[in-house]
Design a protein around this ligand. Structure first.
Ligand code: 13P
Length: 251
């Protein structure tokens, strides 16, 4: 059985003060939740958010990191730094990093290996652009990103990581992929995991969907057999909507 997991990716939102206020408000609303809950604030808020959630089921994730332990890498943070700031998870290869900042699947693979070596669990993101879907290239693009981004991992490790399918055309657009579209790609990701790793890794790896997830569509997504959770952007910035998503019910 794969434990459901709900992740809030705050992107470049919320100061330290706002982050603490948010988690304090969220805490009483999620006490009966039965899923894993991860909040991913900007670097500056990691430490404060992790202190504010110490006694709760909320875990903290960074939004990126660099693969070296230390050195002359201005602007970067190491896996150890994220760990000491209280992180248990790290989002890697988000489409905004790939498109705006030139992140490649090769660097995602190095970052994933470094994160694991430090004891962090990577949440590796993949997803096709609208044009790629329209021209029937979704599987080619996802397959390539998958093989390259997971190149440094072993089957045992893949069993414990999280993958997030985030179609670029669905991010921040209000255009959620239908549960059927998401399920189809998730099932393809399980198949790819069998081919590149093994059946046990495929059965255990948790697959999230991301892209315009809201309280209104969470249940219809979570009902799909290969969707183990969601990666939420906009709707994770408001306590009410994020709490509703966390407390989803399968109807
Ligand atoms: P939205 O939920 O705002 O579409 O963002 C999705 C996302 O990019 C989460 O990582």
């Amino acid at each position: 059985m794969r434990q459901p997991v709900i992740v809030g990716n705050w992107k470049m939102h919320k100061t330290i003060r706002e982050s603490i206020h948010f988690v304090e408000q969220l805490k009483p609303l999620i006490q009966s939740a039965s899923c894993d809950i991860i909040v991913s604030p900007p670097f500056t808020s990691l430490s404060a958010a992790s202190k504010a959630t110490l006694d709760t089921q909320i875990k903290i994730g960074a939004q990126d990191l660099y693969w070296e332990n230390s050195g002359a890498f201005t602007g970067e943070i190491s896996p150890q730094m994220a760990l000491e700031a209280g992180c248990r998870y790290v989002i890697l290869g988000h489409s905004e990093r790939r498109i705006i900042f030139g992140e490649t699947s090769q660097s995602v693979s190095k970052k994933a290996a470094a994160a694991i070596a430090a004891g962090l669990i990577p949440i590796i993101c993949l997803g096709e652009k609208e044009k790629e879907r329209q021209s029937g290239k979704t599987h080619d693009v996802i397959g390539m990103q998958f093989r390259q981004s997971l190149a440094s991992l072993t089957p045992e490790i893949v069993s414990h990581i999280i993958l997030a399918y985030e179609p670029v055309w669905a991010i921040g657009t209000g255009m959620t992929a239908t549960p059927q579209i998401a399920q189809e790609v998730h099932s393809y990701l399980r198949q790819l995991t069998i081919e590149m790793f093994n059946r046990s890794a495929s059965d255990n790896v948790r697959l999230l969907y991301g892209g315009s997830v809201k309280p209104e569509n969470i249940s219809s997504l979570m009902v799909e057999k290969d969707i183990d959770g969601v990666l939420v952007g906009g709707a994770s910035l408001k306590v009410e909507s994020f709490a509703k998503i966390i407390n989803f019910e399968i109807r």
